[in-house]
Design a protein around this ligand. Structure first.
Ligand code: HAM
Length: 499
């Protein structure tokens, strides 16, 4: 060994010594214990009621925090997300909708032209930025515009009509974050292109209503018609006349809306604007004969399908592409509060979903004239409603993913366990395990934490005998079974649980 290398080795040893000393001090330092306690105290509930650890102290300095209005979806919420996704998928497929996925980032012009310049979503909430080539791009604030773009771009007008598509994905709106309002949220939605018939509108409402119903959420549909373009133009003249006379009672935003987009005043959530909105002329009185007949038919179909609805003359929705039918869905508990005068629907951000007809959208985006209708549900809001309901009924969805834990003791057992776990997995039996742990005590504690019903124990003796111990975690009773019969024994036990 050269002299230089020797010096180098000595230096490394010295540094390692200092490092080890430091980490020993760190391990036993009372400050560290205190910090740990503080961290534990920071476990709090997020807006949806799920516990999340919000402490941000990392190993080396401060951990970059989550952006406002954005959140993680943790494994403990998984059962809710899966339940909603699978129920949505089942119902969409049952009604003949095909899955659509589009990019989360699109040309900003797509949304400006679809949703309308004067809308809150475009004016205040859309994430727009310049791409590296200087073009203006946006994170999608909703999916209807993207679905219409996809319909045009992929020549779907030549498919058998109507074209029915469903989606489930992230949307982005730079809104003021509060309960049930995020900057990144998810929507499940259905869109039907190529058919203008009241039965289509009713079917979409039924799909949204049935999805909530299948999840055990009782809801009511709030519905209105905003007629065709000419109806709306005639109505707006009347509305502006009325609002001008009441201008001083309106919030600052509505004073601006009165000039830019008066219909949006009806959509205002500010308490001070409520009395003016309640007394405003109603669009339904300005509907053409054609739009009125169309709307009556939609309502008749809903009656036929026994979907509970409330006519809401001030419902205009916050996006410009709608024509004729517009609707929103609210959890029954919220509608009840409104009836009792405790809270108004408008004063709360609680719509579980909304939608309507958009017969001009495809043409507006450069496609052939194609009618359309659709809805979206806010997944976070549906999950929050579901979780609250489960809590009230003392139900839990946070079922363990597996009912079995595999514990092993000793190197030989660990090797054998690998193969046994793999065989069980192949036969569809999922097992929790932690092969990195060697002490049985630690593994049994883990099994307790997972709340499994059975723990499989494999030690040296069992490896030699070709057996496994099955421990019933509730009674503590243990039985020894042949490894070759393990799969059948477990299947029998799991089957008995479902009976
Ligand atoms: P929207 O009413 O803007 O309609 O959104 C639909 C649903 O998405 C809302 O009812 C709500 O549940 C959820 N949502 C909206 N914004 C947020 C947010 N910031 N945080 C959490 N959830 C939110 C649309 O987006 C239309 N594209 C619906 C549609 C489909 N119309 C025709 N087809």
């Amino acid at each position: 060994m050269t002299k230089n290398k020797k010096i180098e080795k000595k230096k490394i040893k010295k540094v390692m010594k200092v490092k080890n000393k430091k980490s020993e001090v760190r391990k036993s330092s009372p400050q560290r214990e205190i910090k740990k306690e503080v961290k534990e105290e920071k476990v709090e509930k997020n807006e949806d009621g799920f516990e999340q650890d919000t402490s941000l102290k990392g190993g080396k300095g401060k951990t970059p925090s989550l952006l406002r209005g954005m959140k993680d979806i943790l494994p403990k919420e998984e059962s809710y997300w899966k339940k909603i996704y699978h129920t949505a998928e089942d119902i969409a497929e049952a009604y003949g909708y095909g899955y659509l996925e589009t990019p989360v980032m699109e040309d900003a012009a797509l949304f400006v032209r679809s949703l309308g310049k004067g809308t809150d979503v475009i004016e205040k909430e859309m994430y727009v930025f310049e791409d590296k080539d200087g073009s203006k791009v946006a994170l999608r604030p909703e999916m209807t515009a993207s679905a219409a773009r996809a319909y045009i771009m992929h020549g779907m007008h030549s498919y058998p009509q109507p074209v029915k598509m469903w989606y489930f994905g992230s949307m982005f709106r730079h809104d003021r974050p509060q309960a049930g309002r995020y900057r990144q949220f998810h929507q499940f939605g259905c869109e039907t292109f190529g058919d203008r018939d009241p039965v289509i509108d009713a079917e979409l409402i039924v799909v949204a209503f049935n999805l909530l119903n299948d999840l055990g959420i009782k809801s009511t549909v709030y519905i209105n018609s905003i007629g065709n373009l000419e109806d709306r133009q005639r109505y707006i003249v009347e509305l502006v006349g009325y609002l001008r006379a009441k201008r001083s009672y309106l919030c600052e935003d509505c004073k601006k809306r009165l000039v830019k987009n008066p219909l949006r005043v009806l959509d205002c959530k500010q308490e001070e604007c409520r009395p003016v909105i309640e007394e405003a002329p109603q669009i339904i009185d300005w509907l053409s004969e054609q739009s009125r007949t169309y709307f009556m038919k939609v309502l008749e179909y809903l009656d036929e399908l026994e979907v509970p609805y409330v006519l809401k003359p001030t419902l205009v929705r916050g996006l410009d592409y709608y024509t004729d039918t517009v609707f929103e869905l609210y959890k029954d508990e919220e509608t009840g509060k409104e009836k009792e005068g405790e809270a108004t629907i408008e004063g709360r951000q609680t719509a579980l979903g909304g939608g309507g007809r958009y017969d001009l959208l495809v043409e507006q985006l450069g496609g052939q004239a194609t009618p359309g209708c659709g809805f979206s549900l806010g997944v976070e809001r549906v999950i929050s409603a579901l979780r609250k309901q489960n809590e009230e009924q003392g139900k839990t969805m946070e079922e363990p993913r597996s009912k079995i834990f595999f514990a092993q003791l000793g190197e030989q057992a660990r090797r054998k366990a690998l193969g046994l776990i793999e065989n069980l997995r192949k036969s569809g039996i999922k097992v929790y395990h932690n092969l990195g742990k060697s002490a049985l005590k630690g593994q049994m504690e883990l099994a307790d934490k997972y709340k499994v019903l059975y723990t499989l124990i494999l030690g040296q003796k069992e490896v030699q005998d070709g057996t496994v111990i099955i421990r019933d975690m509730e009674s503590g009773i243990q039985e020894i079974v042949d490894q070759k019969k393990l799969k059948q024994q477990l299947e029998k036990k799991l089957l008995n649980l479902t009976k």
